[in-house]
Design a protein around this ligand. Sequence first.
Ligand code: FES
Ligand code: FES
Length: 153
Amino acid sequence: MKKLVTLEINGKLQELAVEPSESLLQILRKQWNLIGTKRGCDSGGCGCCTVHLDGKAVYSCMVFASSLDKHKVTTIEGLSSGNELDPLQTAFIEEDAVQCGYCTCGMIMTAKEFLAKEDRPDEEQIRHAIAGNLCRCTGYQKIVKAIKVAANR
Ligand code: FES
Ligand code: FES
């Protein structure tokens, strides 16, 4: 039986009916067309589905949508303001930290939460922070550099 939940998504209050088995990732992509959040392993092992739940970075594939009544979700689409990108998004572009891009949105969401707590991180801290976000393409060097550049701004 579907459950009615009300939650804030990227600053807008939304009400929707969800199946008990549906994940936050499923509803973001299917019901809200927020396809920046990617489906990779769908089992908590890759990080490409990372969003913020009440300000904390979580794997959206591992969160039941039915548990989110009165909670607040931010996706990559919620980071920019109109045409103005978040400093992390700008740094990823400038530092060429994107190849196929599949990991990028989750990586940025993790980095965003991390930089909110640690504004001048060193390379080791950055690598530790993004350890739960896998990238098959870049070798991580440019991603780490982009996060450092964003932190310095
Ligand atoms: S799709 Fe969620 S962690 Fe891989
Ligand atoms: S850029 Fe392709 S997986 Fe990271």
